[in-house]
Design a binder for this molecule. Structure first.
Ligand code: C2E
Ligand code: MG
Ligand code: MG
Ligand code: MG
Length: 276
């Protein structure tokens, strides 16, 4: 290979990196303005009680309606928001917004309508930067049990005193706690001895495979049995077919969510569905 070609390659590579770096900077600066500009939105996906088929809860999922770009999914910006520390303000907004919708839908339906929100590990690590959630709910007039906080197993892997304290505080205050994407982490499960948890959410990768792969089917079955023996409710994620729903219902799985029932949707649409 000639020296010239090598040099060209290097130049090409460098400019690629420059483009990526500039896109990242643009994303960060756009994201800084997004919250103030009202570009952040919460979508809601129904969680169905398998016994009755009724929508009894919802999961709040973050969306960014980025100017000129359309709807941006969390996979494209949550990590960056964490790295830049913006996740704390965003997380507080998510918490407040979800609490207010829960309040409204509880009033409209006449019983507590629980909404779950997602919290990433970073939001627990820096304990001092998160607001006093329980106090905040009291000020909003929202009963703590109308909020459930979803955390992935990763958070519980190195259960630092900070994380433990924060989760304990939430649980003591009456907020419920769910383990999200259960089964995909390291599943040491020793945290189950230390923490009071309310829900296990079976990861969608298990649901996708459970009717085809005997091992996955056994694992899924076992998660449900174990959850129940521990006194937890089990929620299956990513339910896309009636066959999957029926299989889960036959095994007494408590709740399900997924495209079979509905995709995440804006709150106005969710409310029409809920009341309709
Ligand atoms: P998650 O909490 O496990 O959320 C479930 C994801 O599966 C959502 O993706 C949802 O739209 C998608 N989903 C729902 N039903 C189905 C289905 O039947 N089939 C398939 N294939 N997918 C389904 P989404 O909304 O893109 O969110 C991705 C992840 O981003 C979430 O995973 C959560 O970890 C994170 N996230 C979302 N909102 C927030 C937030 O407010 N804060 C933080 N820290 N993370 C968030
Ligand atoms: Mg979740
Ligand atoms: Mg999940
Ligand atoms: Mg997930």
């Amino acid at each position: 290979r000639s020296k010239a070609a090598g040099r060209n390659q290097l130049t090409f590579f460098e400019s690629d990196m420059q483009v990526a770096a500039m896109q990242r900077l643009k994303l960060i600066s756009d994201l800084r303005g997004a919250q103030a500009d009202g570009q952040l939105e919460l979508y809601f996906q129904p969680i169905v009680e398998l016994d009755t088929g009724r929508v009894v809860k919802a999961e709040a999922l973050l969306r960014w309606r980025r100017a000129g770009e359309g709807l941006v999914m969390p996979a494209e910006f949550v990590k960056i928001a964490e790295e830049c520390g913006m996740i704390h303000d965003i997380g507080n907004w998510v918490f407040t917004t979800a609490a207010l919708w829960s309040k409204r839908w509880s009033e409209l339906t006449g019983s507590t309508f629980q909404i779950s929100i997602n919290k990433s590990p970073v939001q627990f690590e820096r304990h001092h930067r998160t607001m006093d959630w329980i106090d905040h709910l009291r000020k909003l007039g929202v009963p703590p049990s109308s909020i459930s906080v979803e955390i992935t197993e990763g958070v519980l892997l190195n259960l630092s005193e900070n994380v433990f304290a924060k989760l304990y505080e939430l649980r003591e205050g009456g907020v419920e706690v769910a383990i999200d994407d259960f089964g995909t982490g390291y599943s040491s499960m020793s945290y189950l001895k230390r923490l009071d948890i309310d829900y296990l959410k079976i990861d969608q990768s298990f649901v996708a495979e459970m009717l085809h792969d005997p091992t996955t089917s056994t694992i899924t079955d076992t998660i449900i049995v174990m959850g129940h023996k521990l006194g937890l409710k089990v929620i299956a994620e990513g339910v896309e077919t009636a066959a999957q729903r029926d299989w889960l219902a036959a095994r007494q799985c408590d709740y399900a969510q997924g495209f079979l029932f509905a995709a995440p949707m804006p709150p106005e649409e969710f409310e029409r569905m809920l009341l309709g």
